[in-house]
Design a protein around this ligand. Structure first.
Ligand code: CTP
Length: 405
């Protein structure tokens, strides 16, 4: 899941009564994060208006080759080149025949033939039209040409009887695209266990109060998603309250001590450990077991803090040669010197350093600028980018370091 995010999907709606289901399909594609460009045949516009799709996709629908769009006289080529995935749903017997023959006599067929991206067809038609040898011959030709066919389902047809020819359910179509992308995206971390920590820990003072920090956990969650997208099995130990990413195992914790216990449970099986959590360095020495009351006669409260265990340094000591350990550092001055020392002192393989004196980036911001420090290599500053992009860059560097293709 999640593979459709930011993908350019061109959805071709052709003239079948199932065209109304393409509105839901458009919604599902957009919900999955895709950008959707709808192209309609003239017959399709008799069933559903372009306005429906324009409103859902927030893009003008391509229906006509010859009405020059302002500033773009060759719109079908622009759309074809923009496309990451072409999806014909519903696909009539007519469009299947045209695609099989290479006909290009309207906006839909011309854009399709100009598209180099992978193509899917989801046929929908009367059961006899589907069973017709000519249709079956065309489908066979399309399969031979590399077009992916999402088979129609058996079921109740608009004609009032049951048979094969019913458009596959929109959710099934979206799942087919996701599965295709999953199989065709390089996944250098496939088969690897990745352990990520995220969030600022909270150290209890009494049952209702704690010592905490400003960490949002966003960087750790971005790393968890990026590792998953690169094929890893991800365990996320988190003290943040953000949405758990799909297909990531979440282990919720609150304090540094809980985080340490959880990390030690999962570390042995982990190939790559990314310590993005802002673990509190100090905690109240003892947790008061009842809510501390204000005393009328005192104006101060003494809070005695003690050091928490340095989880990262502990892992650095027990790390096996086949394990990769990455830490974070927040510095305001002498960044490179301080972090180089930290790299050795903590036994990490890589440290991602944040310059927290940089006001363009912040604890709660979505963007970040970081410097990567590795052992025996020059530091590398990554360009300012979103936390998602930074996370992916960091993981690609880790893959490089581990010689994973
Ligand atoms: N870390 C940890 N356990 C702690 C404190 C920090 O595992 N008790 C980890 C963090 O997850 C992070 C790295 O260590 O990966 C940060 O190291 P730290 O020494 O805390 O660096 P800074 O936050 O930069 O703090 P300092 O100002 O003390 O250098």
């Amino acid at each position: 899941m999640g593979m459709l995010k930011d993908k350019h999907v061109t959805l071709y709606v052709t003239g079948s009564i199932a065209a109304y289901k393409s509105a839901l399909l458009t919604r599902l594609l957009i919900k999955a994060g895709a950008q959707v460009q709808v192209v309609m045949t003239a017959a399709a516009t008799d069933f559903v208006t372009p306005l429906t799709f324009q409103t859902l996709s927030k893009r003008p629908v391509l229906t006509d080759l010859f009405t020059a769009t302002e500033g773009d006289p060759i719109k079908h080529i622009t759309v074809a080149d923009w496309t990451d995935i072409a999806l014909v749903a519903p696909a009539t017997a007519n469009i299947l025949a045209k695609m099989a023959q290479g006909l290009a006599d309207d906006a839909a067929s011309s854009t399709l033939i100009a598209t180099a991206a992978p193509k899917f067809v989801a046929p929908a038609m009367n059961k006899n039209m589907w069973a017709n040898p000519a249709t079956q011959r065309n489908v066979q030709q399309l399969r031979a040409d590399g077009v992916l066919v999402i088979d129609p389902a058996e079921g109740f047809l608009a004609e009032g009887y049951s048979g094969s020819g019913r458009l596959a359910e929109p959710a099934t179509i979206v799942a087919a695209l996701e599965a295709y992308l999953q199989d065709h995206t390089p996944q250098p971390l496939r088969g690897k266990q990745v352990l990520v920590t995220a969030g600022g820990t909270r150290e209890a003072i009494d049952p209702v109060r704690y010592v905490g920090n400003k960490s949002s956990g966003k960087m750790g969650y971005a790393l968890a998603r990026a590792a998953r997208d690169l094929g890893a099995e991800v365990t996320l130990i988190s003290s943040a309250s953000l949405t758990t990413p799909h297909n990531v195992d979440l282990v919720p914790v609150v304090s540094a001590a809980e985080m340490e216990t959880a990390v030690n449970t999962y570390f042995g099986a982990s190939d790559i450990t990314l310590m993005a959590a802002a673990v509190a360095d100090f905690r109240p020495e003892a947790i008061v077991d009842h809510k501390i009351k204000k005393q009328d006669d005192t104006s101060t409260l003494d809070l005695h803090l003690v050091r928490t265990p340095d989880i990262l340094a502990g892992l650095g000591k027990q790390k096996r040669a086949d394990q990769f350990l990455l830490g974070f550092a927040a510095e305001t001055n002498d960044l490179l010197q301080n972090v180089q020392k930290k790299l050795v002192a903590k036994g990490a393989d890589m440290i991602v350093a944040n310059d927290v004196s940089d006001t363009a980036i912040g604890f709660n911001s979505d963007a970040n600028r970081v410097t990567l420090l590795k052992r025996d290599a020059e530091p590398e500053q990554l360009a300012m980018a979103s936390k998602d992009e930074i996370a992916r860059e960091i993981l690609l560097r880790v893959c490089q370091q581990l010689h994973l293709a």
